[in-house]
Each structure stands twice: as structure tokens, then as C-alpha cells.
Design a protein around this ligand. Structure first.
Ligand SMILES: Nc1ncnc2c1ncn2[C@@H]1O[C@H](COP(=O)(O)OP(=O)(O)O)[C@@H](O)[C@H]1O
Ligand SMILES: [Mg+2]
Length: 423
């Protein structure tokens, strides 16, 4: 007899709890038998750790992959993408094509990044090529803009140099690893302000890769007008789009929370830049997300008990090129406005509908292909099996040197305007 799903969470968020309760699921403690555990990234570490690890049974589902950090830690994401690019290059894939300066034509979608202190010397070499550039320092293990600062002089990061006199400091603080990335200093501005995109992507399996894009992403705006001027380098209200930062600004608006829906952005871009370039931009955004997932798919522990809803941070520059900034394993479920609350409630609702079919006690051995009606506001972003079996044409085209997701050709080919015609 089908019983009720027993749930646990260590994240006290009403958008979660309301969703569980709406389904008539029963709350239990983590020491009892549970079927569904929405957990923090700290807890998932214990669940799959060698010493304390549980043995999950077929009727247990969790909301993270064991080694999600391969994608969601800033340094590892870049490392995996670099490795993926090299592999494609070795295979002779057309995706790995480079221009005359040796820059990837299509795979150049993360800002140039180095690990500190490990890659300090490589960084210095790169910095000296363009000494007027601005770089952004980010602690690998933090979130919400914490610990981030911008630099434009080598002296500002001397203490991360490997061979500096303060090397004791470096070894002591080596747990505090940083990435340093080229700062995108020409972001697309709206009303003079910088913003980034927060997009939600659900992965139900990595091998085969199957992922879904949430249609209701949003833009997060800075509260202070943007300037690339170095005199404002310390002003985080100009440079960091995190709500956790901006909400402390004098000009933070509590009604709209500095947020715009992605569909609003789309309309704005269509009217100011034209439909074709807008559609190409969104195609490219979807394409880089799929590439980032393909980059980590081979190293992911594709545990069948797991799914994950990622929060992607994307910046669009003034040439309408999207840049992948980072991927979050636990995107904020805090609601900053009334609309935010609705959005996040629906996000969890739609996520659960895919992860726990019919709200019934899960069987992690199911084939993880929900019917279209169950997707809610999600749409299939990429389905590896479908790509291989149903659309051989797609493979042919990519082999013939036409990387998918570029030149705005997909939508036209299929006669649809959506960005998702290439799965
Ligand atoms: N390379 C970059 N160029 C421009 N802005 C950036 C860059 N990296 C980060 N930012 C800005 O800083 C914010 C925080 O960086 P992020 O990598 O997302 O770290 P966190 O985990 O603290 O959110 C981003 O949302 C974006 O606004
Ligand atoms: Mg972020």
C-alpha cells in the first residue's frame, strides 16, 4: 500500500515546508526512516562520507549529488571546464575551434581565472600582459558576495604570492583558497546599473545527462550606478549583484528587491536591441549551461538517489555575450519580496514534481523521464538520450562544424522561437 512520503529538512524555509505539507507528506527527524531529505551542502557531505555515510535505500531521495562541488565550487568549476575544453580540442571537436589569437571561439564562456596561491605565477604573467585590467578575488568556499574584492595592482594580492616573505601567512591560510578572475568591466547596463541573472537548472541524472531550465529566472540589479572607474573599486554596491550585499544599500527597494524577471529582460532587449540578437543571447546562455554540465558529467558521482536544483549566476556584457560566473548548489530560498516568495514556492513545487513523481514514495530506480505535463515551469534543456536517438541530424550538424547554439540558427531551423529546440 502506498504510504505517505516522510520528509526531513535541515533548512528551515517556509517555501520548502509549505510544499511538503501541501502534499500531505509527514515530517520525521533525520534519525527516523525518511524518504525525502532536502539538505544543506554541509549535511550531504556527511550522508556520503566514508565514515558516517548512510546506505540509502531505493525509497530515499536527496537534493544534492555527492560531489556537486565539482561544479559548485568556484575553483573546481573552472578546473573542470578547462579540462573539458582540452578534451574537446584533443578530439578535434569543432566546438573547440580557436581564433587567430588562440582564443576559443565558443568555449570561452568563463572569465579567465587562476587559483591562488597555487597559480600565482601564472596569474602574474597574465596580469602583466594587460596591466590596466581589473581582477576580482573570490574565496572558493564562500557565498553571498562574502570576502570578495576587486584589484588592479599586483601589490594588493602580495600575500597570496607563493614566494612572498609572508609565506607563513599563506600556509596558515591555505584553507582559504581564492580564485582570481578577470573582472568583466563592460557589463550590460540597464538604467546605468549592473545586473546578473539567476537561473535555476534542475539535473535529474548526469549519465545520461538530463537537465531542465526553469523559465522564471530573474535579474539582480545593483543599487548604485555602474562605473568602471578605479576610484569605485571598493564600492561593492557598484560591482556585486548579490541581494545579500545590495539589501544593505541605502537605495535598496524593498518592493521589487532590485529584481526583474527574465521575461522582462527579454522584452527589454527585444525592443532595444532586436529580436534576433536577443534570441541568440538566450540560446547562448542555454548552450553554456549545457556545456558546464557536460564538463562535469564524467566526474560526477551519478548516484541514483540524487537530483539537484542549481542556481546559475550569469553576467551579460555590453556586447551581449553571456559569461558563466558561478553555479550554486543551494541557491537562496529566502524571499526578499512577495513575488520572490511566489517564485521560490513554485520553483520548489515544480522541482518536487519532477524529483518525486506524483508525490508518492520514491523509487530511485525509475527512469527519471517525467511526462511533459509534469514539468510545470521547467522545460527540457538537454536530454542526452534524446539527443542521441531522436535527432541524429543534430550530431551530424555539430560534426560538420556548426556548433549548436550559435549564430541563432536553431530557432529558425525548427520553426520555433524557443531556445530549446536542440535537445
Ligand atoms: N568575473 C566577474 N566579472 C564581473 N562581475 C563579477 C565577476 N565575478 C563575480 N562578479 C560579481 O560578483 C558577484 C558575486 O560573485 P560570485 O562568483 O557569484 O560569488 P558568491 O558566491 O559570493 O555569490 C556576482 O554575482 C557578480 O555580480
Ligand atoms: Mg553568486
Amino acid at each position: 500500500m502506498a504510504g505517505k512520503v516522510k520528509w526531513v529538512t535541515d533548512i528551515e524555509k517556509s517555501v520548502l515546508i509549505n510544499n511538503f505539507e501541501k502534499r500531505g507528506w509527514i515530517q520525521v527527524s533525520e534519525n527516523e526512516d525518511w524518504n525525502f531529505y532536502w539538505m544543506s551542502v554541509q549535511t550531504i557531505r556527511n550522508v556520503f562520507s566514508v565514515e558516517t555515510g548512510y546506505r540509502l535505500s531505493d525509497d530515499q531521495i536527496v537534493n544534492h549529488f555527492p560531489n556537486h562541488y565539482e561544479l559548485t565550487r568556484k575553483d573546481l568549476m573552472v578546473k573542470n571546464i578547462k579540462r573539458y575544453r582540452k578534451e574537446l580540442e584533443k578530439e578535434g571537436s569543432p566546438l573547440a575551434e580557436k581564433d587567430e589569437n588562440g582564443k576559443y571561439l565558443y568555449l570561452d564562456f568563463v572569465p579567465v581565472t587562476f587559483m591562488l596561491p597555487a597559480d600565482y605565477n601564472l596569474f602574474v604573467e597574465e596580469f602583466r600582459k594587460n596591466p590596466s585590467s581589473t581582477w576580482i578575488m573570490k574565496p572558493c568556499g564562500k557565498a553571498q558576495g562574502k570576502g570578495i574584492f576587486l584589484i588592479n595592482k599586483l601589490s594588493q594580492i602580495k600575500k597570496w604570492s607563493r614566494d612572498s616573505k609572508t609565506s607563513t601567512f599563506v600556509s596558515q591560510s591555505s584553507k582559504e583558497a581564492y580564485v582570481i578572475s578577470l573582472y568583466i568591466n563592460n557589463p550590460l547596463l540597464i538604467g546605468g546599473k549592473k545586473f546578473d541573472l539567476r537561473l535555476y537548472v534542475l539535473v535529474s541524472t548526469y549519465r545520461p545527462l538530463r537537465c531542465y531550465m526553469y523559465k522564471l529566472g530573474f535579474c539582480r540589479f545593483c543599487t548604485v550606478k555602474y562605473t568602471p572607474s578605479t576610484s569605485e573599486l571598493d564600492n561593492m554596491f557598484v560591482h556585486l549583484t548579490n541581494v545579500a550585499i545590495q539589501k544593505h544599500g541605502d537605495d535598496y527597494n524593498h518592493i521589487h528587491g532590485g529584481k526583474w524577471t527574465v521575461s522582462n529582460l527579454r522584452l527589454y532587449l527585444e525592443s532595444t536591441r532586436g529580436k534576433e540578437v536577443t534570441s541568440k543571447l538566450f540560446d547562448e546562455i542555454h548552450w553554456i549551461i549545457v556545456q558546464s554540465l557536460k564538463a562535469v558529467a564524467p566526474v560526477m558521482n551519478n548516484d541514483k538517489h540524487c537530483f539537484e536544483c542549481y542556481g546559475y549566476d550569469i553576467i551579460i556584457d555590453d556586447k551581449l555575450k553571456p559569461w558563466l560566473i558561478e553555479v550554486n548548489a543551494s541557491p537562496s530560498l529566502t524571499s526578499s519580496t512577495a513575488n520572490d516568495r511566489i517564485l521560490k514556492y513554485n520553483l520548489i513545487n515544480d522541482t518536487l514534481n519532477i524529483a518525486v513523481p506524483n508525490g508518492e514514495i520514491p523509487d530511485c530506480k525509475w527512469n527519471k523521464s517525467p511526462p511533459k505535463e509534469a514539468l510545470g515551469n521547467y522545460e527540457v534543456l538537454y536530454d542526452e538520450e534524446m539527443a542521441q536517438s531522436e535527432m541524429p541530424d543534430r550530431d551530424l550538424r555539430s560534426r560538420s562544424g556548426q556548433p549548436m547554439g550559435f549564430k541563432g540558427n536553431r530557432a529558425r531551423d525548427s520553426g520555433k522561437s524557443g531556445a530549446l529546440t536542440w535537445k
